[in-house]
Design a protein around this ligand. Structure first.
Ligand code: EPZ
Length: 417
């Protein structure tokens, strides 16, 4: 079981490049199922979750190949249209092969993903959207069985803003007959990246990035080539790492607009931030104010940066109220941060963080989910002594070589097999 040992007290300084976005790459790979032939993707991060997506695509008869950060998927007509439980349980985003398989082949059998550490993660809105397009959906022995002779365009209102739901139904609608209008669609940049790839494949999508997306169905799509957008969550994580250690860190290859909500909060806390078209810099700052955050769908404060920001608040001056509105159980990092000496009171969806500058002391802690593990690594950068983060495989799902990037900036961090 991999562990990571972080020696606290080293200031991070310098430049670091952000990799490709996990939460875009996974969907782009599944979108390739909409058109047989060879799809080419650049800037694909080398992550455990991408590996899982490749295994699923291979199980559907595709040939996948990685060379550096270029990933190709050669799609052939699948022998079966089933995404098996063993694959889906490892990576719940596999549910996003449902829309493409249903639209392209008229059938899909996808294991229900089940919940995860941060919440129940239902997919009811994915399924409601498919039904709106004319699909017949049954749930049998833990699998979603979807069928449709030919999907028909429809208007569909998402009662909750859902990234995966918007992506799944948008992909399905590309081959439906007629026009589909998705209302209260999610506006995350990853959805824009996906829609842009689908349009390169010949889809007719408009309004992506706004809450109303219109898709005019087409007969056929063709394989294309695309460069995955940068990972805004990795960028935010690296920026907070610099801020916490009182260093000056520039994160390259990121559009500042993609992490605007974080930049606003860092400035509110007293940090000086500068930016160019494709980089953001946090400047040296000893001592910062506690600020409140509330997570919400894009462009508001991202739930995927909540745990990392909480780590920053544990050593701020004052009390920060952190409200998590997106997932019902995304405070698994709280007790572990408290093991490091943080003073946090978690309630339902709200955590009160009483900041104590210099207050963290190293201890063994346990990673429970992807972003919680990032939060613990950040806390380890400033905790006095050597912090051991156990179950670090959670981190590998969404960060490529985080320890290498932090070491490059001056951290003393090593992985123990
Ligand atoms: C995506 O998950 C991301 N994962 C998550 O990142 C991210 O936290 C989340 O979007 C929100 O931004 C990927 O892109 C692979 P949702 P997703 O559907 O699509 C409820 C990370 O750390 N909901 O937008 O599953 C749901 O319960 C991961 O990289 C329904 O009720 O999130 C939640 O409360 C974690 N019914 C809210 O919507 C549905 O059918 C938002 O979920 C679907 C969702």
């Amino acid at each position: 079981m991999d562990r990571m040992v972080i020696e606290g007290g080293h200031q991070l300084n310098g430049h670091v490049d952000v990799g490709g976005a996990k939460n875009s790459a996974l969907k782009l790979l599944f979108a390739s199922l909409l058109a047989e032939g060879k799809h080419t993707f650049h800037n694909v991060p080398n992550l455990a979750d991408v590996g899982s997506a490749a295994v699923l695509l291979n199980s559907l008869g595709c040939e996948t190949h990685r060379s550096g950060t270029t990933f190709t998927v050669n799609v052939k007509k699948p022998q079966s249209f089933e995404a098996h439980y063993d694959l889906v349980r490892k990576m719940r985003a596999s549910i996003l092969c449902l829309g493409p398989l249903l639209a392209k082949y008229g059938e899909a059998v996808v294991s229900l993903p089940g919940g995860c550490a941060i919440g129940t993660r239902p997919i009811d809105l994915h399924l409601e959207g498919m039904k709106a397009l004319g699909a017949t959906i049954t749930l049998e022995e833990g699998y979603v069985k979807a069928r449709a002779k030919k999907l028909k365009g429809a208007n569909f209102l998402f009662e909750t803003s859902t990234v995966g739901g918007t992506e799944n139904v948008m992909m399905a609608a590309t081959l439906a007959e007629g026009i589909t209008v998705l209302e209260n669609a999610a506006k995350e940049p990853e959805i824009v990246d996906l829609a842009e790839y689908l349009n390169k494949m010949g889809a007719k999508i408009k309004g992506h990035g706004t809450s109303v997306i219109t898709i005019e169905g087409v007969e056929k799509l063709k394989p294309a080539e695309h460069t995955v957008m940068s990972d805004r969550i990795e960028a935010g994580t690296l920026l907070i790492a610099g801020a916490m250690t009182g260093g000056e860190v520039t994160v390259n290859r990121i559009h500042p607009a993609h992490i605007e909500a974080l930049i606003v909060k860092l400035k509110e806390a007293g940090f000086k931030i500068s930016q160019t078209d494709l980089s953001v810099t946090v400047h040296r700052q000893i001592g910062w104010r506690a600020v409140d955050i509330t997570t919400n769908p894009y462009p508001l404060f991202p739930t995927d940066i909540q745990a990392q920001f909480m780590a920053l608040m544990t050593i701020a001056e004052g009390t920060s109220v952190i409200t998590e509105t997106v997932f019902e159980n995304r405070f698994m990092h709280v007790q572990e941060l408290c093991r490091l000496g943080a003073d946090i009171t978690p309630k339902t969806r709200v955590a009160v963080v009483r900041g104590k500058p210099g207050g963290l002391i190293a201890a063994p802690v346990m990673a429970t989910d992807l972003r919680a593990s990032a939060s613990l690594v950040l806390a380890g950068l400033v905790a006095k002594g050597a912090t051991v983060v156990n179950r670090i495989y959670h981190l590998d799902r969404g960060y490529e070589n985080l320890e290498g990037k932090l070491t490059q900036l001056g951290a003393k961090i090593k992985r123990i097999e």
